[in-house]
Design a protein around this ligand. Structure first.
Ligand code: ZN
Ligand code: ZN
Length: 213
């Protein structure tokens, strides 16, 4: 039975969280935690009678981690991220200076630091983490070959790429990440980005105006 993927845009700038539910296993994984996403996740878990076992963060930017502490407090989910974003996740106050004063960020503790090429099992499926820096130093992509799906954070979007003008950003690094770690995925792989609609590796390789295939 295939994985149920819920797309949950949440937070002040419509950041996509993805809730992956395997009902027969009664388990779920959440990818990214925008502000107040728990209000959307909790009823879906309850309806599917599933437990949230993991929270995977594609990167440490505030709009992807603002709701993380609340999710972890409610579920005890194990948190995975890339060590290059450790400062953002553990001392997120460094990002508050760029934000309206109404936005407060709580730190989140990471239980497992992932490196490029790490393979692991979740929801009874094989996954691979790929390090795709450029938009953010610790940007990660989570790929499930069996599902033909990759969750790519803000590295690439349908017809676009992530901004590189934030601290630690680099267009040269992003281009390299996209060419070597995203365009090398199987062509039919669905790409689920941190903002906007899903796309595919084939579509971006053929038509992305910022990084040619
Ligand atoms: Zn970002
Ligand atoms: Zn974002």
């Amino acid at each position: 039975m295939s994985l149920k993927i819920h797309v949950l845009p949440a937070g002040p700038i419509e950041t996509n969280a993805y809730l992956l539910i395997d009902a027969p296993r009664a388990e779920a994984v959440l990818i990214d935690a925008p502000g107040e996403v728990w209000a959307d996740v909790a009823p879906l878990l309850a309806a599917a009678k599933c437990r949230l076992v993991e929270l995977w963060l594609t990167h440490g930017h505030w709009d992807h981690m603002q709701g993380a502490a609340e999710v972890v407090a409610a579920t005890g989910a194990r948190v995975s991220a890339h060590p290059d974003d450790r400062i953002l996740l553990e001392t997120p106050g460094v990002m508050e200076v760029f934000l309206p004063s109404t936005i407060r960020l709580a730190p989140v503790k990471t239980d497992r630091w992932l490196a490029d090429g790490d393979r692991f099992d979740a929801l009874g499926r094989a996954w691979e983490a790929r390090h795709v820096p450029g938009h953010c130093p610790g940007s990660l992509l989570f790929w499930c070959e069996g599902e033909g799906a990759a969750f790519c954070g803000d590295a690439i979007f349908q017809g676009g790429v992530g901004r590189t003008d934030f601290p630690g950003g680099s267009m040269a690094r992003l281009e390299k990440s996209i060419r070597e770690r995203i365009y090398t995925l199987p062509a039919a792989t669905a790409l689920y980005p941190g903002h906007g609609d899903a796309t595919t590796v084939a579509a971006e390789r053929a038509g992305n105006p910022f990084v040619s295939g």
